[in-house]
Design a protein around this ligand. Structure first.
Ligand code: TMP
Length: 208
């Protein structure tokens, strides 16, 4: 059986990636594609427990190194329990965040060494890497507006300052610039239908 495809959706908090992922999954299922929709951190029971620890405002004392290893522990479990089995079954996996979030948030945002991140990430994933990553770019001011509008209290990551998110955004932009074949940069402030169509176009082209 042919292996399935693996697509990931990324960007700073409030960029609209999760909405787009849901819309794309609906459209793919309507056209008969078997899809697994999942997320990071999380996506498997143990990884969801790690997620709670990571985003809880009670974890304010968490150090960057601890944060990194927890994201990667969650990923190691998620990849082996959910992502790889689905790919092996020939299903399409749509994942809300994956390794580019680690490079952008823990690398550019927290300032951890990117080469170290690449090595430990490779250990965590066992070499599983997305076919295509969609990065939804929005200005940090818009991200902050959207997060304030949602009305719920911000989680630990969302509470990081504007400077932090500027660095994370820059990290995503640099990654897309360096690897445009695999990392597709999209304007997250554009019309939702246009964006969904664009993503489906890229997926269709890649899978055909
Ligand atoms: P979410 O709000 O998109 O579900 O993601 C939760 C937070 O986790 C978000 O602020 C980004 C952050 N994150 C990292 O810092 N590193 C990672 O590797 C991942 C997967 C997420």
């Amino acid at each position: 059986m042919a292996r399935g495809f693996f697509f990931t959706f990324e960007g700073i908090d409030g960029c609209g990636k999760s909405t787009q992922l849901t819309r794309v999954a609906e459209r793919l299922r309507e056209s008969g594609t078997a899809c697994v929709v999942t997320r990071e951190p999380g996506g498997a029971p143990i990884s969801e427990k790690i997620r709670e620890l990571l985003i809880s405002p009670c974890s304010s004392q968490m150090r960057p190194e601890t944060e990194l290893l927890l994201y990667l522990s969650a990923r190691a479990q998620h990849v082996r329990e959910v992502v790889k089995p689905a790919i092996d079954r020939g299903e399409t996996v749509l994942c809300d965040r994956f390794e580019q979030a680690t490079f952008a948030y823990q690398g550019h945002g927290r300032g951890l060494d990117i080469d170290v991140l690449r090595d430990v990430n490779a250990f965590a994933t066992g070499g599983i890497s997305p076919d295509i990553t969609f990065v939804f770019d929005i200005p940090v001011t818009l991200s902050q507006e959207r997060l304030n509008q949602i009305g719920k209290g911000k989680d630990r990551m969302e509470s990081a300052g504007v400077q932090f998110f500027e660095r994370v955004r820059k990290g995503y932009l640099e990654a897309a610039e360096k690897n445009p074949q695999k990392i597709k940069l999209l304007d997250g402030a554009r019309d939702m239908d246009v964006l969904t169509g664009e993503i489906l176009g890229v997926i269709e082209q890649y899978c055909s």
